[in-house]
Design a protein around this ligand. Structure first.
Ligand code: DX5
Ligand code: ZN
Length: 220
């Protein structure tokens, strides 16, 4: 049976009350905290770094999933590992040496993953599947919360699911962008098991209500 995980993106949380926000969303049933790092270079927005990751780390027991939207990638990896990250993903076209970056993440004691934008070809998976613990399919273009789900992502999720099943390895398949109660089942049917949701959860007051409703969709 598939283990489904809900990963709220703190990009849509209230940054003035971040410790309370992560505690509340975990109490509401979050399995993972999704942590979006943007550098105003690889993506046109600027967010948070290792200091903020270290600040929230004592507030939650669940894994912190650091999504690096930065270029270059490598020099931030040891800092995030020290700050308590459990999973670190990056965009392959932002790294000069994909295999080396994956290995660097693992050498720092974290799970490693590749992220695919809507227009990024999936062939970056070739030859590195043995170093991958997570595949993240973007269902929006990265940079901002609150965008609409791009349906073509379902084709890429299905492709990634096939590659994972063929590998025989235990690899998480995460989807990120525009996930709501009414489309999470379609993403799961395509093969996703880990669901990032920012505005759907933090954009309204009842975190538990939305997380429960998402889980109910996954149970049907
Ligand atoms: C976008 C980020 C997402 C974003 C998702 O670049 O990677 O994690 O926070 O937000 P929603 O769920 O609002 O699309
Ligand atoms: Zn993200």
């Amino acid at each position: 049976m598939t283990t489904f995980r809900i990963a709220p993106s703190i990009l849509s949380a209230d940054f003035a009350r971040l410790g309370e926000e992560v505690r509340n969303v975990v109490a509401a049933g979050a399995d993972i905290i999704h942590f979006d790092v943007m550098d105003n270079h690889y993506v046109p927005n600027l967010t948070i770094g290792p200091l903020v990751c270290a600040a929230i780390r004592p507030h939650v027991q669940v894994p912190i999933d650091v999504h690096l939207m930065v270029k270059p990638v490598d020099r931030l990896i040891p800092d995030f590992a020290k700050a308590g990250a459990n999973i670190i993903t990056f965009h392959p076209e932002a790294s000069e040496h994909i295999d080396r970056t994956l290995q660097l993440i693992r050498d720092n004691g974290c799970k490693a993953g590749l992220v695919f934008n809507p227009g990024t070809p999936m062939h970056y998976l070739d030859h590195v599947m043995d170093k991958i613990d997570m595949i993240l399919i973007m269902s929006v273009n990265p940079g901002f919360g609150g965008q609409s789900f791009i349906p073509e992502a379902l084709t890429k999720i299905a492709y990634a699911r096939k590659k994972i099943d063929e590998s025989g390895r235990d690899i998480m398949l995460e989807v990120d962008g525009g996930i709501k109660i009414d489309n999470i089942a379609a993403a799961a049917a395509a093969g996703a098991d880990t669901f990032v949701a920012g505005s759907a959860i933090f954009g309204q007051p009842d975190y538990k209500g939305v997380i429960d409703a998402m889980r109910a969709q996954l149970a049907t």
